[in-house]
Design a protein around this ligand. Structure first.
Ligand SMILES: *Cc1c(COP(=O)(O)O)cnc(C)c1O
Length: 373
C-alpha cells in the first residue's frame, strides 16, 4: 500500500484482519476440540481497533470476547449489534461496580466477578430481575491483582448457596509467568486452580492467556483467553514461527536534506555527524506512539535497505541517516517502521518495554487501514 492512499496522515498502520483470524485459528488448534478459544480485545483491541478485530473474529466463529471495563464493553456491543450477526458474549474483566448493574444487563454484558462484594451485588440484582444472570468467577492463584483471594474462596466453598441465582459460566484464573515455560510458578498455579476448581464441579474453567495456550493441554481447560498472540506478537521465550504478522507501519519522508560532517541532529544536538550525510526527516514521532527511547537504536526499511534512526525522537518526527540508501528507494517517499528485520519484539526491546505497550500506545494520529476483512 502506498502512503498516498492514506490521505492526509503522515503515517499509516496497516492491520491485517485475516492474519488476526489466522492467529486465532492457530491458537485454537493448539488445544483440543473441547476447548474454545476466546479473544482479548481490551484496550481497543491492543490498540488495533476492537470493533474491527471483534467483527472479523466473530465472523470466523469466535463467541467470547473480553474487555477490561464496561465502557469498552458497551462500545463493542453497540458496534456488533449494528451488524446484526449472532451476538457473541462480551465479558468485563473488572466486574460490575456499584452503578454498573443496569447497564451490564441492558447491554447483555457478562461481568467477571472478582470478590464476594461483586458476587452478592450481582446476585441480588439478578434476583430483583427474576433472572439468572450470567457471570464468571475469577479466582486469584498467585497474581495478587484481581480475583477472589484464598479467604474469600474458602468462605464461598463453605457457602455455595451464595452462587444461587447466578448463572456461573466459567471459573477462571490468570497466569503470572506463562511466557517462561519452565517457571515453577506455572505448575503451582495449575495445582492451586485445580484444587479450587474441584469444588465447582460442572462449571467450565479457563486459565490460559496466549502464553498459557502454548503450554501443555493441562493448562487449556474449557476456554483459553489469548490476546497478544492474536496480534502477531509472541510472548517471549515461546516459539514465534507459527504466528502471522498483523501490523505494518509506514511513514512519510517529509523532508530530505544534506548535512555536513560536524553538524548535529535533533533536540539536544545529541547526534554529531561524522561525515557529510543525507538525512530523511520522517513524519512520525512519540505523539504517534513511536517510542522516544528508539532514537539512536531503531532502524527503518527503505526499499530493500535498512537505515538507522539518529538523534532524538521528536513529537512529530524522527531523523534517519539515508546517506547509504540508493536514491531510487528514496523516491518512494516513505519508510517502514516495522519490518522483518525489526519487528514488534525488537522495537519493544529497544524501547525497554514489551510488545503489548508498543501496540496499546499507538496514537490516534496514524491512519489505520484494514486488510483482508
Ligand atoms: C490481558 C489478559 C489476557 C490475555 O493475555 P495475553 O498475554 O495478551 O494473551 C488473558 N486473561 C486476562 C485475565 C487478561 O487480563
Amino acid at each position: 500500500m502506498s502512503l498516498s492512499a492514506t490521505g492526509h496522515a503522515d503515517s499509516c498502520l496497516s492491520i491485517d484482519l485475516g492474519a488476526i483470524v489466522s492467529n486465532w485459528r492457530t491458537i485454537d488448534s493448539l488445544s483440543s476440540a473441547a476447548t474454545i478459544t476466546a479473544a482479548m480485545v481490551k484496550a481497543n483491541g491492543y490498540g488495533l481497533g476492537a470493533n474491527k478485530v471483534a467483527e472479523a473474529l466473530a465472523q470466523a466463529g469466535c463467541t467470547e470476547f473480553f474487555v477490561a471495563n464496561l465502557g469498552e464493553a458497551i462500545a463493542l456491543r453497540q458496534h456488533l449489534d449494528g451488524l446484526g450477526q449472532n451476538q457473541p458474549n462480551i465479558m468485563t474483566l473488572h466486574g460490575c461496580h456499584l452503578d454498573q448493574l443496569d447497564d451490564h444487563a441492558a447491554f447483555r454484558i457478562t461481568p467477571v466477578l472478582n470478590d464476594l462484594e461483586q458476587l452478592s451485588r450481582w446476585r441480588m440484582f439478578s434476583q430483583r430481575q427474576s433472572d439468572r444472570l450470567p457471570a464468571l468467577l475469577h479466582i486469584d492463584t498467585g497474581m495478587t491483582r484481581l480475583g477472589f483471594d484464598t479467604d474469600q474462596i474458602d468462605w464461598l466453598i463453605e457457602n455455595k448457596s451464595a452462587l444461587d441465582g447466578v448463572d456461573c459460566r466459567y471459573v477462571m484464573s490468570h497466569m503470572v509467568s506463562a511466557e517462561i515455560a519452565d517457571d515453577p510458578i506455572n505448575a503451582r498455579q495449575l495445582d492451586a486452580f485445580n484444587e479450587v476448581r474441584q469444588w465447582f464441579a460442572g462449571i467450565p474453567a479457563s486459565l490460559a492467556n496466549s502464553a498459557g495456550s502454548m503450554l501443555s493441554a493441562a493448562y487449556h481447560f474449557q476456554m483459553t483467553r489469548p490476546g497478544i498472540a492474536l496480534y502477531g506478537a509472541h510472548p517471549a521465550d515461546l516459539p514465534t514461527d507459527r504466528l502471522t504478522r498483523v501490523v505494518t507501519w509506514q511513514a512519510r519522508i517529509v523532508q530530505l536534506r544534506h548535512a555536513k560532517a560536524g553538524d548535529r541532529v535533533g533536540y539536544g544536538g545529541t547526534y554529531l555527524l561524522g561525515r557529510d550525510s543525507r538525512i530523511a526527516t520522517v513524519g512520525v514521532g512519540y505523539a504517534d506512539g513511536y517510542n522516544r527511547k528508539l532514537g539512536g537504536k531503531a532502524t527503518v526499511l527503505i526499499g530493500t535497505q535498512t537505515a538507522p534512526v539518529i538523534g532524538r525522537v521528536s513529537m512529530d518526527s524522527i531523523t534517519v541517516d539515508v546517506t547509504d540508501i540508493d536514491p531510487a528507494h528514496l523516491r518512494h517517499g516513505s519508510v517502514e517502521l516495522l519490518h522483518d528485520g525489526y519487528d514488534l519484539s525488537r522495537m519493544a526491546g529497544d524501547a525497554d518495554t514489551i510488545a503489548y505497550e508498543i501496540l496499546t500506545r499507538l496514537g490516534t494520529r496514524p491512519a489505520r487501514h484494514y486488510q483482508n476483512a
